[in-house]
Ligand binder design. Structure first.
Ligand code: AMP
Length: 373
């Protein structure tokens, strides 16, 4: 086994990792860490949540920071507040035993005055959503002139959220920066264009297939039922899970809203996240789920992006996702950190062919589950 130390990670960071139970580098970490520690340059990595990508760029980034220089040395761009906070939290934990490294996360949809105040403290790393970053730079609250590393995390999601112009603007400001590291779960045309416009032609490329980067043991199951039976079947499944936590995914916010009402009426400890909620409502739902007051979270794909809740026992596809990427992304929520997890799809008989297609495409095998009578 190759260790983090052998990859060149400093012993104080290794100590922090070890305390988090992270002992063995994942595939992307094995590939990216030595590369980024040795001069780095530009990197394009195709990898999704659950592969350990945050540590793959976070450890080299932390190691590059000179904590004595009280200037912003690294910028991490990401699509959502939730992901930004997760990244900042991970960096904080990794660096528990290093000299103090200060990270600030800033994002839209929250009060700017508090962020302005927070930015008056010494800051080494900024984690930001693109729009809010530009706003803060224009107000003179963030000085990017000493930045040496720029990370784009979930670049595809930033584009699909409509941040293209903002990203172009920021990357134009960052032309002199040599170390630009882009992470994306998918590589649509818009991403390739962005790479062409803003990264060097000889950028290193890494591709990590599948969500199984981090000791994943996911059992894929499907159950055939009629649409009107779904909520009952779900209740039976939830009953079998007891206090185990999991996420139930729907395609639309309407389904989320209706399902939550049904589950709530059945006394399930449930909350939801979807696009119509205010940021503070989303935060409240996430807090309740994280502190285990709620056992079930019902979510749309977009709203669930970037949330990192560990050791989920299961995910349920209440409605099949609109893309294979979403299926992988959803399933990546369970079976983390060596624990096994269930990814259960509730499908109509017509949708079974989608299951067979996923089986082939993602190389997973499904078990058919039958309804308890
Ligand atoms: P990420 O892909 O960065 O969203 O990470 C997914 C989860 O895996 C996070 O909760 C990390 O703390 C955890 N993790 C990261 N690297 C490893 C590793 N090498 N071994 C076990 N867990 C890890």
């Amino acid at each position: 086994m190759t260790t983090f130390t052998q990859l060149g990670v400093h012993k104080n960071l290794v100590k922090g990792l070890s305390e988090m139970g992270i002992k063995e580098p994942s595939e992307i970490q094995l590939e990216a860490i030595p590369l980024l520690l040795n001069g780095g340059g530009n990197l394009v990595a195709k990898a999704q949540t659950g592969t350990g990508k945050t540590a793959a760029y976070g450890l080299p980034l932390l190691q590059k920071i000179d904590s004595k220089r009280k200037v912003i040395q690294a910028l991490i761009l990401c699509p959502t507040r939730e992901l930004g906070q997760q990244i900042a939290k991970q960096l904080f934990k990794y660096s528990k035993y290093t000299d103090p490294i200060y990270t600030e996360s800033v994002y839209g949809g929250a009060r700017i005055d508090e962020q302005l105040k927070a930015l008056q403290r010494p800051t080494h790393i900024i984690v930001a959503t693109p729009g809010r970053l530009i706003d803060l730079v224009k107000r003179g609250a963030i000085d990017l002139s000493a930045v040496e590393t720029v990370v784009l995390d979930e670049a595809d999601e930033m584009l699909s959220m409509g941040f293209k112009d903002e990203l172009d603007e920021i990357l134009n400001m960052m032309r002199r920066v040599d170390d630009k590291w882009l992470f994306s779960a998918t590589m649509p045309q818009g991403i390739n264009q962005m790479i062409k416009n803003h990264l060097s032609a000889d950028a290193h490329k890494i591709e990590i297939k599948g969500p199984n980067g981090v000791n994943k043991k996911v059992e894929h199951q499907f159950l055939i039922c009629a649409p009107e039976e779904k909520s009952l079947v779900l209740l039976q499944f939830l009953a079998s899970q007891g206090t185990n936590q999991g996420i139930v995914f729907c395609r639309t916010k309407e389904t989320v809203k209706n399902l939550v009402k049904d589950l709530y009426a059945k006394k399930i400890k449930v909350d939801c996240i979807h696009g119509d909620l205010l940021q503070k409502e989303r935060d409240k739902a996430m807090r309740g789920f994280q502190n285990k007051t709620k056992t079930v979270l019902v979510a749309t794909d977009i709203a669930a992006r970037g949330i990192d809740v560990q050791n989920l026992a299961y995910v349920v596809h209440y409605e099949m996702p609109s893309s294979d990427e979403y299926y992988t992304h959803r399933s990546g929520r369970t079976g983390r950190g060596g624990q096994s997890g269930v990814s259960l799809s509730l499908v109509t008989s017509k949708e079974v062919k989608q299951i067979r297609a996923l089986e082939k495409k993602l190389g997973v095998s499904y078990t058919q589950i039958r309804r308890a009578k």
